[in-house]
Every structure is written in structure tokens, then in C-alpha cells.
Design a protein around this ligand. Structure first.
Ligand code: SIN
Length: 488
């Protein structure tokens, strides 16, 4: 690729990136979207794997309101939730979903045409819209990809970002493995960090690239210690890498968790039982596994009528494992699912670095606090993607930089599996100050983290994972120590 230029350069092609790209193209901007190539056939975005849906208030429902949605979000995420940001993002939800529908997304609806809504953990009522039963993300990805293809001003190119380009204090483009792309506005929409852990619900590309790029450029990166572990990832003995999710909506439709001895996992744990916020359920599942010595617990979905029709994605994954959700218990355990913190942005998606924006899982807007409320992520990505498009419109017209310099993240890196094993052991659902200190020492050990030029894509991903692991371990240790002080 020779050097290119666009008004907006987007790194990442999931819901946040493509929403910004399509909206910006509709506003008359030229847009280049850079996406990570993925192994044949596998979607490279977390969006494409999202199951449960999009949490959004039905403005015609007298029982629901933005205030109730805010209250549920704060109850799940705790004091770190920024209530002003949360109210602003959630209030824009219905209009953002309408915009997505106007671009061609089709959600499940009843005979009257009204969208069907389900419930997930932490929600006080059913407000989650979905598509294809439990294939919401696949439909969102399909619709946005088709909308992007329809916009002549938008070019999507395979390209891994290796550095940000800056002139003065302003980010002015992206260096990829194939060449430079300059832009007035650069949006990082690179998703999460699931592959820091031995098993995750995230796609292969979730290696923290955007966080490493933003941190190197001087952006504020915060609350990385709040990794959300989804309580019900499908268990397979010895599995590593991406594992199928069993949507929380399965519990929303009546399934319940039992331990290996047949006891209800959530009995007496929380007033919302199996639909308690995700962190509460993940801890209870971990407790049950420790109590019984079993490597998993079980989800009983046998009481859901026609489970295969309502949950086709889950059913296919469970059948692949040789079980049938209508007649068998589904073995599950917590798995790394979502990064609640990330690159700090304001309510327009702007980071502390001029010209650099972030949206979606890579960003920290203040909506998620310490524990994201189920299905708030697709909504946040839609709303913030639209806002970044607006901001980009106001930034058009910077001259093409004459002397841009590349800001690349550090290249030092640990081996992928050794890093994943260490993170899983010391930085998983259960953490202690001693364990985190041991992790910090390991990540500072030149025998564990080698300082050598990153020559391949895999090397760069490993370097990004290592940089994020170092920051995450330090932030988690600081959090554990400050909480210990508070308790003492
Ligand atoms: C799920 O379907 O359980 C996942 C939804 C989410 O991560 O918000």
C-alpha cells in the first residue's frame, strides 16, 4: 500500500468502528477502515460473536425508563460508573438503534412488529433486543458490513496497525504493515484483550493492540484491572483459546446453574438469583467449582421450550461438544469476556491525545465501572461510534503532515502461552496481593519478557499483550492494596 489519506481513519471493523465509518461517510467524509485479517472464515471481531443482544430502553414501555437503565448499570458496575456519562450514552440508545435499523439490521419481533425483548443478569426487566435468537452480533456485523460496502467514500483494507503517526502533539495517521494512512481523525476501535488469558470468549484478534498503541502515544489508560469473566463459557477439558459462549439470555429465559453435586449455584447468594450481575455469578460459580473440586458447573436449560429455535448459536456449539441442550446439562465455567476499563475518552470519544479517538471495548467512557451490565456494550459502541463520526466531521481540513513521526508500542514480549498461563493463574477471577506481586515480578523478568525486535504480526500481538499485561498487573495490584488498606 502506498501512503493514503482519508478524513477519518478507523482501526477495527466491529460495531464501533463500522458505525463511525458508515455515519462519517453519510456525512460526506472520506473514510479508510483498517481491519485485522483473520484465519479463513472466522470473524475477526467480537461483535460478530455477540449473542444476547443490545440493552436499550423501549420508549413506549411505561415500566422502563433511562433512569431505570442507569440504576441497573450503576448497581452492576458500582461506584466507578460515571453517572453523567452513563445517562448520556443510555439516553441516546433508542435513536442509535433506529439508525442501525435504517442501515438494514433486522431484530427479532413479534406478530405486532414490536421488537422482542429478553432479560439478562442485572437487568430489572426485559429490555434486551436480539436478532436470529442468539445471533445478534452476527446480524449487526452483517448489516454494518453491507452498509460499509454500499458507501463509495468508504474503503476497507486489511491492515495491521503497527504505530500511530503524529505531527507535533497531534495524531495524524496510522502506520500499517503495508504502508501509512494519514487522517484528520484516527479512531481506535480494536476491541479487547481476551487472549491475555488461556481461554476466552473473544476472537483471535483480541490482543490489546489499541491499548498498546494509545498508551505509547500518551493516552490515559485506566481500570484495566476490571476484566469481566462471563460466568458461562462452554467447558471443554484442556481447551485453550477462543471458546463458545453460552449466552446469559439462556438464564434470562429460565435456565439455572447447578454444581457438580446437583445443588443450585445461586441459592442464597443474591436476590436476583441466576440473573444476578455477572461478577456475582462468576464468583459463585468459582466458589462452587472449588467446593466440589469439579472443573465446571452445569447450566440446566432443559426446561426452555424449543431451545434450539430460540438459541441456535448456543445449540450448535453444545451439539458440537456432543451434547443436546434440550436433554443434557451444559458444562460451563467463567471465561475472560470483556475489558471494562481501557483508553479514557470523553463523551465524544476523544482521548487525551489530540486527533486520537477510541470507541467500543478498547475505550473507557465510564459506562461500565468495575463490571459491565449485560448487553450494554453493543449499545455503547453504537452510540459512541455515531458521536465519533460527528467529531470527525468537525475536524476535517488539517493539512497533510509533512514530517510525521511514528509512535510504536514497546516490542518486548513474553511467549503467548506462558503469558496466558501466568495471567490466568494470578489475574483471573480470584486475585491476591501476593499473586499479583509475583505476576509483576515475572513480567519484569528479562528471562520471561524478551526485548527483541518484533518482526511478525504474531510478535506485535504478543508485544501488545505483554504491554497490557504489565499495566493490568500493576493496576490490579494497586487496587488490591488500596482496598486492603480501606478494609484494614
Ligand atoms: C451474553 O449473551 O451473555 C453476552 C452479552 C454481553 O456480553 O453483554
Amino acid at each position: 500500500m502506498t501512503a493514503r489519506r482519508a478524513d477519518l481513519v478507523v482501526v477495527g471493523a466491529g460495531v464501533a468502528g463500522l458505525t463511525a465509518a458508515v455515519a462519517a461517510a453519510d456525512a460526506g467524509l472520506t473514510v479508510t477502515v483498517l481491519y485485522k485479517p483473520s484465519p479463513a472464515g472466522a470473524p475477526s471481531t467480537s461483535t460478530a460473536y455477540a449473542q444476547g443482544g443490545i440493552a436499550v430502553v423501549d420508549p413506549t414501555d411505561p415500566d422502563d425508563s433511562v433512569d431505570r437503565h442507569v440504576a441497573d448499570t450503576v448497581a452492576a458496575g458500582g461506584p466507578l460508573v460515571d453517572v453523567v456519562a452513563t445517562r448520556s450514552i443510555l439516553a441516546d440508545g433508542p435513536a442509535a438503534v433506529d439508525r442501525l435499523i435504517s442501515w438494514g439490521a433486522v431484530f427479532d419481533a413479534g406478530a405486532s412488529g414490536a421488537l422482542t425483548r429478553t432479560r439478562e443478569g442485572g437487568h430489572g426487566l426485559s429490555r434486551i433486543i436480539h436478532a436470529g435468537g442468539d445471533a445478534t452480533g452476527a446480524e449487526v456485523q452483517r448489516a454494518l458490513t453491507a452498509a460499509a460496502r454500499d458507501r463509495p467514500a468508504l474503503t476497507a483494507l486489511p491492515g495491521r496497525a503497527v504505530a500511530l503517526l503524529a505531527e507535533g502533539d497531534r495524531v495524524a495517521g496510522v502506520r500499517t504493515e503495508a504502508g501509512d494512512v494519514f487522517g484528520d481523525t484516527v479512531l481506535l476501535a480494536t476491541g479487547g484483550t481476551g487472549h491475555l488469558f488461556a481461554s476466552t470468549t473473544n476472537p483471535l484478534g483480541a490482543t490489546g493492540d489499541g491499548i498498546a498503541l494509545a498508551a505509547a502515544a500518551g493516552a490515559d489508560v485506566r481500570e484495566l484491572e476490571y476484566v469481566q469473566f462471563h460466568p458461562t463459557m462452554l467447558y471443554t477439558a484442556g481447551a485453550r483459546g477462543r471458546r463458545p459462549l453460552i449466552s446469559e439470555a439462556v438464564r434470562g429465559e429460565g435456565a439455572s446453574l447447578v454444581d457438580a453435586e446437583g445443588n443450585a449455584v445461586m441459592a442464597g447468594v443474591h436476590p436476583q438469583g441466576d440473573l444476578a450481575p455477572r461478577d456475582v455469578v462468576a464468583r459463585a460459580v468459582t466458589d462452587a467449582m472449588e467446593r466440589t473440586g469439579a472443573p465446571c458447573v452445569y447450566l440446566d436449560a432443559r426446561g426452555i421450550a424449543d431451545v434450539a429455535r430460540r438459541f441456535p448459536t448456543v445449540t450448535a456449539a453444545v451439539r458440537e461438544a456432543g451434547l443436546d441442550p434440550q436433554t443434557d446439562l451444559i458444562p460451563v465455567l467463567p471465561g475472560a469476556h470483556y475489558l471494562c476499563g481501557g483508553v479514557v475518552t470523553d463523551l465524544h470519544g476523544a482521548t487525551a491525545v489530540p486527533g486520537l479517538y477510541a470507541a467500543g471495548e478498547v475505550a473507557r467512557t465510564g459506562l461500565h465501572g468495575a463490571n459491565r451490565l449485560a448487553s450494554n456494550s453493543l449499545l455503547e459502541a453504537l452510540v459512541m461510534g455515531l458521536r465519533v463520526a460527528d467529531a470527525a466531521k468537525g475536524a476535517v481540513g488539517h493539512p497533510v503532515p509533512s514530517g510525521a513521526r511514528a509512535i510504536a508500542p514497546p516490542e518486548a514480549r513474553a511467549g503467548r502461552e506462558a503469558l496466558q498461563d501466568a495471567m490466568t493463574r494470578f489475574c483471573g477471577v480470584r486475585r491476591t496481593a501476593d499473586g499479583l506481586a509475583e505476576l509483576g515480578a515475572l513480567l519484569a523478568d528479562p528471562a520471561f519478557v524478551r526485548d527483541a525486535p518484533a518482526l511478525s504480526s504474531r510478535d506485535r500481538e504478543d508485544a501488545a499483550l505483554t504491554a497490557v499485561a504489565r499495566a493490568m498487573a500493576a493496576q490490579a495490584l494497586a487496587r488490591v492494596e488500596s482496598e486492603t488498606e480501606v478494609v484494614a
